[in-house]
Design a protein around this ligand. Structure first.
Ligand code: CUA
Length: 152
């Protein structure tokens, strides 16, 4: 009896030690007949969800991040699409002259100085198609410098 307990303790210990490797998920060990009623909790894995598709729950930790370049006279990518309720992070950089990025419906208006990444975070709580436009005069094409935010 002693040996069995010793063995189980050892097995659980090894299992939790192995699950430290980032490639392995703790669930992999649960299904293998290792008794889980031990007092030793499987260390929580640091699973980071950057993009969760089709999730309706708010999932506070999931952020959709987009890198956007602004230059005369366009934003790249021009259109970004997210789901309603998503936490959205825009990292916007101008590569030539000062521009701006503004999305009225979300109260966003930031100046973009060349080479300086500007971080914009918001929750996409309004559905629809919104225009992101350049809000700093940047030359002849300024008034046509637009992008699109689609919230489904
Ligand atoms: Cu770019 Cu105005």
């Amino acid at each position: 009896m002693r040996r069995i307990i010793l063995f189980l303790v050892l097995a659980v210990f090894l299992a939790s030690a192995c699950s430290q490797t980032p490639a392995e998920k703790p669930e992999d060990f649960v299904g293998q007949g290792t008794p889980v009623e031990s007092s030793m909790p499987v260390p929580g894995e640091n699973i980071k969800e950057t993009e969760v598709m089709g999730g309706n729950e708010p999932a506070a930790e999931s952020v959709k991040e987009f890198k956007i370049t602004a230059k005369q006279f366009s934003f790249t990518p021009e259109t970004i699409e997210v789901n309603k309720g998503d936490r959205v992070r825009l990292l916007v950089t101008s590569t030539d002259v000062p521009h701006g990025i503004s999305i009225n419906e979300y109260g966003i208006n930031e100046r973009l100085d060349p080479g300086k990444e500007v971080k914009i975070e918001f929750t996409a709580d309004k559905e629809g198609t919104f225009t992101a436009f350049c809000s700093v005069f940047c030359g002849s094409g300024h008034s046509n410098m637009k992008g699109k935010l689609i919230v489904k």
